[in-house]
Write a protein that binds this ligand. Structure first.
Ligand code: PLP
Length: 406
């Protein structure tokens, strides 16, 4: 039974791939008094965050902020751009791509779900060549949108979005390009404008280091034009009214004031560190994590090194070992949460999140908790992963010190 009075010493290790730990600085900012969302102070805050978030998406176009989880922003992307019965091409990268496809079905769209056989797509990410071939075959231009997940949180695979754009262009196809980077934004390199994405969907509780509760649509000019013709019913999600009111820093309804204080703080933190440094830190931690997993003799869920995720690492447990039983030992003994295997990977893997407010030592402690838990759960390991991760982090630290001194 869950013991609600369980308060172990120290902080809980929230190493799931989102929600990620919220830094104290952001929590403090969120504790400011809630203000009048029609007043002048709020307007100034609204304008600041609406402008600041554009830099994270790397866009000059509007970014709509919803008081909703990522799922709401998924729905917004579809209902603003499409009409009942429209065909949409989606790629099966994993559990979240599957959920987005189910949503498209329930909204009355006709999704075509491309993918590699079995769980191959869950280990290799989007195959842009397959998208190009399908689009070339669509001579009647029935496909109205291509939808892909950038960082598939269920597997730890970060697909090549620029390659999908090239595939759409190579097929000379007019479909809109919709991308979910709910778990990629502010952790993995992402370029809404440069990659020609029409709607980018994201959320607050991952790389932005905020609690769950706000989500985003970055909207291209082409998507905005499509929204004027799109016939799917929408009210709350409708871009037009929101974008109009956003010009003054306001929303047509009551926005999530305290989360926007948090967003303002997060944007400052990310800007202070520098986006490129944020990405480099994520890449470094992910590489250290993978080195540990290899030293344990366990398999990394992602099979293609070109698309390893900087956000999380999926670790497969040996045949016959329930990954959730390992997670349970780690949770109960070491007060650390790891991500469960989702959908087709249930019981076969656990996911280590190394995103957001995570540093070298957070990762080392996380890996120590994993290693001790794996041993306690009786998983045979080839060796310790800690020296491998530590040696890598130490060499990176040395290189950084030398660079700074040069
Ligand atoms: N898409 C991806 C890639 C996700 O990781 C998630 C949540 O983890 C979602 C969509 C759904 O977002 P939410 O749970 O915030 O509604």
């Amino acid at each position: 039974m869950l013991k609600l009075d369980f308060h172990p010493a120290g902080r809980h290790f929230l190493q799931i791939p989102g929600p990620s730990p919220v830094p104290d600085r952001i929590l403090r900012a969120m504790s400011y008094p809630t203000i009048d969302h029609r007043g002048p102070e709020f307007g100034a805050l609204g304008l600041k965050v609406l402008d600041g978030i554009k830099k994270i998406f790397k866009t000059q176009q509007p970014v709509v902020i919803y008081p909703a989880s990522g799922t709401g922003a998924w729905e917004a992307a579809l209902v603003n751009t499409l009409s009942p019965g429209d065909t949409v091409l989606m790629f099966e990268t994993g559990h979240f791509a599957t959920l987005w496809k189910k949503m498209a079905e329930s909204l009355g769209l006709k999704p075509e779900f491309l993918g590699l056989p079995g769980v191959e797509g869950w280990r290799r990410g989007v195959q842009s060549q397959m998208i190009e071939e399908r689009l070339r075959a669509d001579t009647e231009r029935k496909i109205k949108a291509v939808c892909v997940v950038h960082n598939e949180t269920s597997t730890g695979v970060t697909s090549d979005i620029a390659a999908v754009r090239r595939a759409i262009d190579a097929a000379d196809h007019p479909a809109l390009f919709l991308v979910d980077t709910i778990s990629g934004l502010a952790s993995a390199d992402y370029r809404h404008d440069e990659w020609g994405v029409d709607v980018t969907v994201s959320g607050s509780q991952k790389g932005l280091m905020l609690p769950p509760g706000i989500s985003f649509n970055a909207v291209s000019k082409k998507a905005l034009a499509a929204s004027k013709e799109a016939k799917l019913p929408r009210s709350f999600w409708g871009w037009d009214e929101i974008i109009e009111m956003n010009k003054g820093g306001y929303w047509p309804y009551t926005p999530n004031t305290n989360l926007l204080y948090g967003l303002n703080e997060a944007l400052e933190m990310i800007t202070d560190e520098g986006l490129d440094n944020v990405f480099a830190r994520h890449n470094r931690l992910a590489e250290a994590c993978r080195r540990a997993v290899r030293a344990w003799g366990l398999e990394i869920q992602c099979e293609d090194p070109a698309v390893y995720s900087p956000v999380l690492t999926g670790v497969m447990t040996p045949q016959g070992i329930d990954a959730d039983a390992v997670r349970k030992v780690i949770y109960e003994r070491f007060d650390m949460s790891l991500g469960t295997g989702l959908g087709k990977m249930k019981g076969r893997m656990f996911r280590i999140g190394h995103l957001g407010d995570c540093n070298d030592l957070t990762l080392m402690a996380t890996l120590a908790g994993c290693e001790m838990g794996l041993q306690l759960a009786g998983v045979p390991l080839a060796g310790s992963g800690l020296p491998a991760a530590m040696a890598f982090l130490a060499s990176e630290a040395k290189a950084a010190t030398l660079k700074a001194a040069a």
